[in-house]
Design a protein around this ligand. Structure first.
Ligand SMILES: C[S@@+](CC[C@H](N)C(=O)[O-])C[C@H]1O[C@@H](n2cnc3c(N)ncnc32)[C@H](O)[C@@H]1O
Length: 303
């Protein structure tokens, strides 16, 4: 049976869905939700706050094998503990391209952990926060443009494109403004740890399922794209980020990473006037991040 490219990619790290009650947060039109059902889940709830997405998900469930295990709920992730039974899921799943729409990662982590049974698991694959900092409009080098850490004010974009295939008679979007937030790796991981989760796996990938940096990525053939100069050690990048120290969300320091062809050397140059002045070498950027967490009973609350 057909499985989405996203779930196929996730299988090596994903806890085995067989027999589990699963909640898929920000499920969009339910293709990954259905794929989890097809991997043997007992039941899968797809939650999304978009009525149009939920309607498509319900249509899919009514017409596809495995759809009988699906239920769709229209709600904000932040309201999930009010509209669903807390502590009732074996697995919380979040697919790639989701948490950038959420303003507060700590509040999100408390929802994730609140939905899980004791010993339940959480799986996420998400675009790497480092990737989200890069200027997607620059085509000949990597340039940091957006904040790495969570900011109070969102980043605002005008974008009337979609990764979905549109009907031939599709005209245009009524609303093209999007508000997005980045969340640093430490912010995500610490928020989950503070909720009593145990991180049991953390992997930084070299590919992502869309052309995130046009003209700087190549399609790998399995629905994944990778930077042309795809090489990285994130530890170096994290040190680099600490050095360039964005202030709030304004991103007043601009850093540019120059490639020397597609070879080994990259170095960064900071804006004139910046107090930071380091050079470093690295071999690429991480594009995607996966991790798996298990919920531990904490302070006896969930025993
Ligand atoms: C770009 S899609 C990515 C979905 C993901 N790849 C998947 O299928 O699992 C992001 C989804 O998040 C949903 N969304 C954004 N903010 C949300 C919120 N606060 N609560 C629930 N859904 C939200 C959007 O409606 C959209 O369907």
């Amino acid at each position: 049976m057909f499985l989405s490219n996203v779930v196929q990619f996730d299988i090596p790290l994903l806890p085995d869905p067989a027999g589990l009650d699963i909640i898929h947060l920000q499920c969009h039109i339910g293709t990954d939700t259905l794929s989890l059902a097809r991997r043997g889940a007992k039941s899968v709830v797809g939650l999304d706050f978009s009525p149009a997405s939920i309607k498509e998900g319900q249509h899919l469930a009514a017409n596809a094998a495995g759809g009988e295990k699906l239920r769709f709920v229209e709600a904000s992730t932040y309201d999930a503990l009010e509209v669903l039974t807390p502590g009732s899921f074996d697995l919380v799943f979040t697919g790639v391209g989701a948490i950038c729409w959420l303003p507060n990662i700590r509040q999100w982590a408390s929802v994730v952990s609140g939905l899980l049974k004791p010993g339940g698991k959480f799986f996420i694959r998400e675009a790497h926060p480092m990737l989200w900092t890069l200027d997607e409009k620059i085509e000949d080098r990597l340039a940091i443009r957006y904040p790495f850490f969570e900011t109070e004010q969102p980043m605002m974009f005008q974008d009337d494109s979609t990764y979905m295939k549109l009907a031939d008679d599709w005209k245009t979007f009524e609303n093209a403004t999007t508000l997005e937030w980045n969340h640093g790796i430490g912010e995500i991981v610490q928020a989950l740890l503070d909720e009593g989760m145990e991180i049991t796996g953390l992997k930084e990938h070299r590919s992502i399922p869309w052309d995130a940096l046009p003209r700087q990525m190549v399609e790998l053939g399995n629905g994944e794209w990778s930077s042309v100069c795809s090489i990285t050690t994130s530890a170096e990048l994290m040190m680099f980020l600490r050095r360039i120290c964005f202030e709030g969300g304004t991103g007043t320091n601009t850093a540019v990473l120059h490639f020397a062809g597609c070879q080994e050397e990259m170095r960064h140059v900071l804006h004139p006037g910046s107090s930071c002045n380091n050079s470093f070498t690295s071999r690429s950027i991480a594009n995607c991040l996966s991790f798996v967490c298990e919920s531990r009973p904490r302070r006896g609350l969930r025993c």
